[in-house]
Design a protein around this ligand. Structure first.
Ligand code: SF4
Length: 359
C-alpha cells in the first residue's frame, strides 16, 4: 500500500506500475508518470498535464513528490562546481554537488545526514550521524542536478551554463557512508540505472566506502552494477586506524581480503582512494607500502590532496611530492594512479568537506 510518505522517486518503474495498477489505473498512466519524473524531470503534479485528473488527485493524496528545496546554492570561483544545500521534509539538510569536467558532468550525492564513520579529516565525519537517507531522497538529488543542468537559473556563472547538458555520472561520495545504508542505496541505484529513466550505466555510478567489509562482500555476492571505490589512506593497520576509526571494526587485513573477493567475484577493478596529507602518508616509504599492498590486484589509485576542514589541522601534500608518489606506484609496482582534479575547494565542496552549515 502506498502511504502519504511514499516517495515517488523511491519507486522503481515496476513498483510504480504495480502501485497504479493496484489503484485500478491503467499501466499506461504509470509509464507516463515515469516519463514525467525522469525524462520530463517534473517537479510537481501540476507539471503532468497528460495524466488524468483522477490519477493526479490520487497521487497528490497518497504519495510525495519532494523536489528538494534549495536552502543555499554556491558556485566556485572558477564556475565549474556548484554546491547545493538541500532541505529534507523533516527539517534535516544535506549537501549535493554538481561538478563539471571536460566532457562530463557529475553529481556527487549524499547517502546519509551526517556520517557515523568519523574519519578525522572529514567534515561530515566531524558532524556525526543523524539518519539514513531514503532511496527517494538519494534519487531526488540526482534528479535535482539533472534538472539544474537542463534549466540553469538566469545569470548562472559561465562554467555551468550549459543548458541541455545531461547528467552522465553519479558518485555516492557526498555525506555519509553508502554501505552503512546498503538497502536504500542499492534501491536508489536500481532507479538511477533504469534505461527508460536517467539511464546511468553501471560504469557511470561509483560508490565510495571507507571499508565496510560486510557491505563489500554483499556487493560482491550480489554483483551489483556499479564501480567501487575504497578509501584506504594508509597501508598499515595502525596508521589507518588513526585516520579512519572504522578500521578498528574492520581491520586492514579483513578489508583487503574482502576487496580481493570483490574483484575475483565481479571481475571489476577497485578504485583505491588515498588522501595525501603532508608529512603523514605521502613519503616514498608510504608509496612503497601501498604499492606492496596492492601489487598484482586490479587496482586504480586515486590520490586526493587533503582538502581543508575546520576540525583537522593537516595540510595537503604539495604537487611535487604527489608526483613522486605516483612515479613510485607506476615504476616500481605498475600501479596506475591519478591525482584528483581539485574542484570546489573554495566553497567547501571538495572531498571530505561536505557538512551542513559549512558554507
Ligand atoms: S570520509 Fe566518508 S565515511 Fe569517512 S566520515 Fe566522511 S563521509 Fe563518512
Amino acid at each position: 500500500m502506498a502511504t502519504s510518505s511514499t516517495h515517488l522517486h523511491g519507486l522503481t518503474r515496476e513498483e510504480l506500475r504495480l502501485l497504479l495498477v493496484r489503484w485500478g489505473f491503467s499501466p499506461v498512466h504509470a509509464a507516463r508518470l515515469w516519463s514525467y519524473l525522469y525524462l520530463g524531470l517534473a517537479g510537481s503534479f501540476a507539471a503532468m498535464p497528460e495524466l488524468p485528473v483522477k490519477v493526479r488527485t490520487r497521487l497528490e493524496t497518497d504519495t510525495r513528490l519532494d523536489p528538494l528545496p534549495v536552502a543555499l546554492a554556491t558556485d566556485s570561483a572558477d564556475g565549474f562546481t556548484r554546491k547545493y544545500l538541500l532541505a529534507l521534509p523533516d527539517g534535516e539538510r544535506i549537501e549535493t554537488v554538481l561538478m563539471r569536467f571536460t566532457g562530463r558532468v557529475t553529481a556527487c550525492v549524499s547517502s546519509q545526514v551526517g556520517c557515523a564513520m568519523g574519519c578525522v579529516f572529514c567534515a561530515t565525519g566531524q558532524m556525526g550521524y543523524t539518519r539514513h537517507l531514503t532511496p527517494g531522497e538519494i534519487v531526488a538529488q540526482a534528479v535535482h542536478v539533472a534538472r539544474a543542468l537542463r534549466h540553469p537559473p538566469p545569470g548562472q556563472c559561465h562554467g555551468l551554463s550549459d543548458t541541455g547538458a545531461r547528467l552522465r555520472n553519479v558518485v555516492l561520495m557526498g555525506m555519509g557512508e553508502p554501505l552503512h545504508n546498503y538497502d536504500a542505496v542499492m534501491h536508489a541505484i536500481d532507479i538511477l540505472r533504469d534505461p527508460n529513466g536517467l539511464a546511468l550505466g553501471a560504469e557511470r555510478i561509483t560508490l565510495s566506502t571507507v571499508g565496510v567489509v560486510p557491505g563489500i562482500l554483499r556487493l560482491a555476492e550480489e554483483k551489483r552494477p556499479c564501480h567501487l571505490a575504497v578509501s584506504l589512506h594508509a597501508a598499515t593497520q595502525t596508521e589507518r586506524a588513526a585516520l579512519v576509526p572504522a578500521a578498528k571494526k574492520w581491520p586492514l587485513d579483513e578489508l583487503m581480503a574482502a576487496c580481493r573477493t570483490y574483484s575475483h567475484q565481479t571481475g571489476r577493478r577497485i578504485f583505491y582512494e588515498w588522501t595525501l596529507i603532508e608529512g603523514k602518508n605521502d613519503s616514498a616509504e608510504h608509496a612503497r607500502a601501498v604499492g606492496n599492498l596492492l601489487h598484482g590486484l586490479p587496482a586504480q589509485i586515486n590520490l586526493i590532496p587533503l582538502n581543508p576542514t575546520a576540525g583537522y589541522a593537516g595540510t595537503p601534500t604539495r604537487s611535487e611530492a604527489a608526483k613522486r608518489f605516483q612515479k613510485i606506484l607506476a615504476e616500481e609496482f605498475s600501479l596506475p594512479s591519478t591525482v584528483r582534479q581539485r574542484r570546489g575547494i573554495d566553497i567547501a565542496a571538495g572531498c571530505g568537506q561536505l557538512a551542513v552549515g559549512s558554507v
